[in-house]
Write a protein that binds this ligand. Structure first.
Ligand code: GPU
Length: 828
């Protein structure tokens, strides 16, 4: 709806236009006004939660002003826009980020002090926006920060889940899932009840010929669900650009409930329909790198794609440009295959609603989309059963079949002698039931496909997309190595380190150009600098130790070596390798004399991460970690020499405390399985070293920081296939003797009823050790010993960490976004 103020009244309007607070007094006045009016609290009734509300609303006003200006600028310039379609945006907290990005945190801190509150306490009142599972969702959040900071006109599109990722509680050593109802008080979102889209499901397709003999398809009947937009402002750092994250919420298409049904006495039916509609955006699926083929998930995907595409097309149509201009105005990036239905949906709009011919429509579609792949794991590659797609989206299935037919003809023409190729690359898998292979549809419908680290991008070309490289040539496939935003992951998480760096570089420019970090390498021998750097690390460890005590009642000594593995729990990420290593360390300590123990480097092993609720093996790993902790932490022989901590409910805001506090972090996936990893980057950027396998971005981190500054171990990805084959088919696969010793004590019940862990042990001993835990165990243990020895030389260790930080410039998400913009989106 366009409704501008008439020219004659604009002067009055502009006179009273909202302005941003500029001073401490103005800030305080805003906070008090919001607390007293918006929140209806008073001087006598203002706790930290209310103070948070007041500060958040004051900053929200600032964001909204810039946001409106940005949208006005973009509307009039009408540049090519980037649309990032992601089912997950793991944003974390917004307030601290907003304060740092608009640059008024110091003013606010002082003002808040005068009003009687401490900034840290107020910040920690905010609940995380946890609309994601792990790395994929956090990457999308970092990308939004970089897009705004670099002034790209960009939109994020996702679903407004009522429940984000579950909250994890540990009860008797087991994971228990508790719902995360995060919307109670969320000042960062704006409902746009005037921005709605009706999305159709089910029904059938009627075909007929029009007068000119053209085939017309009409998708009829079925059921409508309304998508309502909720917008969240995304401020850039040190720029006025404030972009938009648009989240769709579902509701029944006829409003609250159906009055016709209600009046005719079908009260329950009308409410039931409303509930069914709302279910679509009710909950984030908690699976990470795993697909389960549930109808509701497919409904979510289509609902979100249809609403987003409608919105994008509506915006394009305002410019009244010809359809062939669409790819010059619109770049859509598919974050994994979850939004792949956007491809047939855009085809449907162009063919059925806009009346374009197939070839023209298809050429627009291919130029518009780019697809990012995040895994080669077969269990994570999405497939939907043909009968399900037929039932839910009958017109889309026809379009997918037509896309496939054209593609099959193309392959036939180009590879006439390779009959088997057709079956291998078909979008439709000839299984029972038949399945739609979403990754193939995404490849065929996009002009570029990228992996997320060099090794990963190479692997997709030789494994899952090998045939497509033959068909389209290698140029369709490219790499964009992941990155992280230095605003949140350095400046916000580690303000003292950021300040130290700024003091040497003469300001905070490095937060916009992270490659400037290389200049701190000049201070690697500077006594003062080294001392401060080391003190900051220690203070960050004290902060984590304090948190550990408060949250878990476990005392840890901050002078110990802090060894941290935090990420989703997954067999391929091999938390089991880590905990078996911890057990081995414990057994060695037990064997030692008191004299020998005195020489040992004390260590705390921290773990954190959620397991998908239905992933039994992952839950068993969590249980084992907790059981080992219960034994080790209470063993009088051991004391501070070894502690094991499972940090409950790992999330973005906890990561901000955890990442700056490591001496060593673990990134130890079976080679070839972790597409990139991004926490590896966060830990090194904050002055921690890494123990890792030659996998994902570890390889590029090594290249950047130097192989003397990282502890690599284990088999290489090119050897994995042969090793797996040998496990199954050669008779002499023997478990590593050190690991065997660990299994013996588990079997003996040292960590509780052995039966609970038998499947975990047997996956290695009896079922082929798919993740190569035994193959890598000795090398893992040896490398941990090297780390103990290296840590004894604190000066050499410090040199490694400072050098590493100074060489991490490449891993900024700003660099990634510029690469996407240049190679894939063609936007300025
Ligand atoms: N990733 Br597929 C997820 O977090 N969830 C998924 O469903 C899939 C991939 C991760 C990769 O495991 C990780 O290696 C990568 O760094 C991250 O995506 C971002 O690309």
């Amino acid at each position: 709806v366009e409704a501008s103020i008439p020219e004659g009244q604009r002067a009055a309007w502009k006179k009273f236009s909202a302005t941003e607070f500029k001073t401490k007094d103005e800030f305080e006045s805003e906070v008090v006004k919001h607390i007293e009016t918006t929140l209806a609290r008073s001087l006598f009734n203002c706790d930290e939660a209310a103070a948070y509300g007041g500060v958040a609303l004051a900053f929200r006003d600032r964001l909204v002003i810039e946001w409106n200006r940005t949208q006005q600028r973009q509307s009039s310039a009408d540049p090519k826009r980037v649309y990032y379609l992601s089912l997950e945006f793991l944003m974390g907290r917004a307030l601290d980020n907003a304060m740092l990005n608009v640059g008024m945190k110091d003013v606010a801190k002082e003002g808040l002090g005068e009003l009687g509150f401490r900034m840290e306490d107020v910040i920690s009142q905010e609940r995380d926006a946890a609309l994601g599972n792990g790395g994929l969702g956090r990457l999308a959040a970092c990308f939004l920060d970089s897009l705004a900071t670099l002034n790209y006109p960009a939109w994020g599109y996702a679903l407004r889940y009522k429940y984000g990722i579950f909250k994890q509680e540990i009860v008797d050593g087991y994971q228990v899932e508790v719902p995360d109802y995060w919307l109670d008080f969320n000042p960062w979102e704006f409902p746009r009840h005037d921005v709605t889209v009706d999305v159709q499901f089910y029904g059938h397709v009627r075909k007929y010929m029009d007068e000119s003999g053209k085939q017309i398809s009409v998708w009829e009947d079925g059921e409508l669900v309304t998508a309502v937009a909720y917008d969240a402002p995304i401020p850039g750092f040190g720029t006025r650009t404030t972009n938009n994250l648009r989240l769709w919420s579902s509701k029944a298409s006829h409003g609250e409930f159906d009055f016709t049904k209600f009046n005719s006495g079908e009260y329950e039916a009308s409410v039931a329909e409303q509930q069914r509609a709302e279910t679509i955006s009710a909950v984030l699926y908690p699976n990470d790198s795993l697909e389960r083929g549930k109808e509701l998930r497919l409904k979510q995907q289509y609902f979100w794609c249809a609403a987003s595409l409608f919105d994008i097309v509506r915006r394009f149509k305002k410019s009244r440009k010809a359809w062939k201009e669409f790819p010059n105005q619109v770049a859509i990036q598919l974050n994994d295959t979850h939004p792949t239905l956007a491809i047939p949906e855009l085809m449907r709009i162009l063919l059925d609603q806009e009346g374009l011919e197939w070839d023209e429509a298809w050429s627009i579609v291919q130029k518009t989309f780019g697809y990012t792949n995040h895994t080669v794991l077969p269990e994570a590659l999405e497939k939907w059963s043909v009968p399900l797609v037929q039932h839910l989206l009958p017109r889309h299935l026809q379009i997918i079949y037509d896309i496939n037919l054209n593609f099959m003809h193309y392959v036939e023409r180009n590879f006439p002698k390779d009959r088997e190729m057709l079956g291998r690359v078909s979008i439709i898998e000839e299984s029972t039931p038949k399945m739609v292979r979403m990754a193939y549809l995404a490849v065929i419908g996009s002009h570029k496909v990228n992996g997320v680290a060099e090794l990963h991008s190479d692997l997709i070309k030789t494994t899952i997309f090998k045939d497509f490289v033959k068909i389209y040539g290698p140029d369709k496939f490219t790499n964009v190595t992941n990155g992280i935003t230095p605003r949140r992951w350095l400046h916000q998480a580690n303000p003292r380190l950021s300040e130290l760096i700024a003091s040497k570089l003469g300001g905070y420019d490095f937060l916009r150009d992270l490659t400037l970090l290389h200049k701190i390498e000049a201070y690697v021998d500077d006594k003062e600098f080294r001392k401060e750097f080391q003190e900051i690390k220690y203070a960050n460890k004290v902060r984590l130790a304090k948190y550990t005590k408060e949250a878990h009642g476990i005392s840890v000594n901050p002078s110990s070596l802090f060894d941290i593995q935090v990420k989703r729990i997954h067999e391929y990420k091999r938390q089991q390798l880590n905990i078996f290593g911890v057990i081995y360390r414990y057994l060695e300590l037990k064997d030692m004399s008191p004299e020998e123990r005195k020489k040992v480097q004390p260590r705390v092993s921290f773990f954190g991460g959620k397991a998908a609720p239905g992933y039994w093996m992952a839950k068993t790993i969590i249980h084992l970690i907790n059981q080992v902790g219960a034994v080790v932490n209470n063993d009088k022989d051991i004391g501070d020499l070894l502690k094991v901590v499972f940090l409950e409910d790992y999330n973005v805001s906890k990561a901000e405390i955890i990442c700056p506090a490591s001496d060593i972090s673990e990134h130890i996936s079976t080679a070839g399985t972790e597409a990139s990893g991004t926490s590896n980057m966060k830990f090194v950027l904050n002055g921690g070293l890494v123990i890792g396998t030659c996998d994902g971005a570890n390889i590029e981190i090594t290249r950047e920081i130097g192989e003397d500054n990282i502890f690599l171990f284990g088999n290489l990805s090119e050897d994995v296939e042969d090793l797996r084959h040998a496990h199954t088919y050669s008779g002499d696969f023997a478990i590593d003797p050190k690991l065997e010793r660990v299994f013996a004590v588990i079997r003996a019940g040292r960590f509780g009823d052995a039966a609970q862990f038998s499947a975990l042990v047997n996956s290695i001993v009896e079922h082929g050790d798919y993740y190569l835990v035994s193959d890598d165990f000795a090398s893992y243990i040896d490398t941990q010993k090297l780390i103990d020895a290296a840590y004894k030389d604190q000066e050499a260790w410090l040199t490694k960490t400072i050098t590493s930080v100074s060489r991490m410039g490449f891993f900024s998400s700003d660099r990634c976004i510029d690469e996407y913009a240049e190679m894939i989106w063609n936007v300025e």
